[in-house]
Write a protein that binds this ligand. Sequence first.
Ligand code: SF4
Length: 240
Amino acid sequence: MGVYHIVYSPELKEICLYFDGGCNFSCHGCITRYYPQDCHLDELPRDTKKKRLSQREVISFLKSLSFRRVIFLGLEPALDPDFLLLAKILKERFSTYNIVLTNGWEYIDDKAIDEVCVSIKAYSKTIFKEFTGKDNPEKVLENFKKYAENCSIKLRAESVFIPGYIDNEEIEKIARFIASIDSTIPYRIDAYIPFGGKDKFRKPTKEEMERANTIAHRYLKKVSILHKGIKVRDKVKRVY
Ligand code: SF4
């Protein structure tokens, strides 16, 4: 448990804190398990997982940096006992804008959190169960609605596009669901990244991603896509 990796974007004044507190889902090709470090780093991954940082160590790494936003990610931050405590300390000491990336299974309601990005893995019950190992997507969808009703939290959504599995039909269902709450909620579709050479799923093509973008745009006003062909605008540096 705890923070195992930190990156910093000076242009954005943004810190990413990667947590290793486990996850209640078991998604096929889990990006954090296969690619535990920030994929925008311009260097080879290092093994920092052996040593998790204490809260004091995290603060000592950050205090000399100029930052405003902190993103909490990694495995499921909501399950990590260090996550909320750190969010509170950072808000108090550095007046940070705190963003958490979550699978939506737990509802996080705390004044230290400014923004939540819920990863909606699937809308259909069978796909959700098969992909995450959990029975009811309704729990995530209900939590998503609760976030939308919470005026003190800004809400975003994201999904992973997997050709032949979680593709146009499923993305359309998710986009329709989000639009039924609020069509202005931002929605990002990420291209699936296969692991090793043995994955049964492949990465989507640029055309497939653009098609998914068009479909989601039928329902939502703010849709974006992320795949390898898209240039990263802001450099990130390793802090730990
Ligand atoms: S919810 Fe995220 S961290 Fe958890 S298994 Fe799925 S991809 Fe991995």
